[in-house]
Write a protein that binds this ligand. Sequence first.
Ligand code: NAI
Length: 327
Amino acid sequence: MKTPVTITVTGAAGQIAYSLLFRIASGSMLGCDQPVNLRLLEIEPAMKALNGVVMELQDCAFPLVNDIVATCDPDEAFKDANWCILVGSVPRKAGMERKDLLSINGKLFIGQGKSIAANAAKDVRVFVVGNPCNTNALIAMKNAAGVPNDRFFAMTRLDENRAKSQLADKAGVHVSRVTNMAIWGNHSATQYPDWTNAKIDGKPVTDLISDMDWLKGEFITTVQQRGAAIIAARGLSSAASAANAAVDTVRSLSFPTPEGDWHSVAVCSDGSYGIEAGIICSFPIRTKEDGSWEIVQGLPIDAFSREKIDATVNELLEEKAAVSDIL
Ligand code: NAI
């Protein structure tokens, strides 16, 4: 039997975790031969609900679950963690400015960054889902002394999946035929779903979709505003699809990317494509055979794409400036 991988999930009594934990435990994320230790972190008032989630995990009798620890102590939760999936964050409330949200969550991610550095396994990877996820990941990275920058990620895979689904629907093809869909920038309404480099059956999307107005307009805004559309329809934010995207991301970072394709995840920029080094920005990423990852280089960026990428990168720079005192 393989050695269990220790996975810490924060916000473990929340709605995303309610989908995510069962997918992890069933083997969807790391494979059906990979046992896992689950470390579940919540705040004190949510511990009763978290215990209910643990009871349900036990009632699934998952063969791959080695053990489960539920706690409100970050140091205990991050102990020996190989993967930290940071879902928990404080939601924006009525009357709260974006700057207030950044600063409240900033404090949370300072503490978690320090605790990860002090307690997690040497090979730890930190994947932030909780919003504003790019800047939360930046704060955690800056506060996790000794953990290399290439271990920090923020989730834009839900946006990639949404974009693929929109393109497939428009072209009248199955979603599996859409590849090379990169999300650039921030996980927010400024993100850029890059249809110019995406492919359907290995060919430019414009071979099947000739409606340029749709590609340049409605396609992009639909993807950018899909989260708000789900809230309007469901009365709650995306949870199962967010959990699914988290599973997809960790899988894609754990196994080599299929030849010629890429996946979207926000990583620490190295200055590629003229994007300021050091911010957590979504790029097209390939995972290599040895488990490391690289930003796909040399993609053509036309004037339309450049403008969109610059807009979302500028927003990331503004967010960084708003939290500069805690970086
Ligand atoms: P939720 O409110 O149902 O759950 C969040 C949980 O986090 C709560 O149970 C809360 O008690 C917990 N929590 C708060 N502070 C914590 C702390 N310091 N330590 C541990 N746990 C803590 O929210 P939901 O729907 O599960 O969403 C979680 C986050 O994911 C939100 O910030 C949401 O905006 C974000 N999200 C991100 C997406 C992405 O694509 N990156 C997509 C969808 C949601």
